[in-house]
Design a protein around this ligand. Sequence first.
Ligand SMILES: [Zn+2]
Length: 82
Amino acid sequence: MNDWKRAGLRLEDAPPLGRPVCVPCKLVMRCAKNEFDVQIIGGAYYSGDRWECNECGASVVVGFGSATNPTTHHESIEVQDV
Ligand SMILES: [Zn+2]
């Protein structure tokens, strides 16, 4: 059980731990897809979680673990690191 639940707090009182927030919409995003692979051009693949904003549809990938092998059953994108 989460600390905030144990303390008798409501969902509205829960911290958005690890969850992205959409600044323009002022909404905590929802997890839309686990195991979403990202490859920095020419580099290794890393698997993360894709989050979406329910209001504007903005989408981000965060929560990367260790490098993974690209597979056809995972969604993936190639990105630049600026
Ligand atoms: Zn939004």
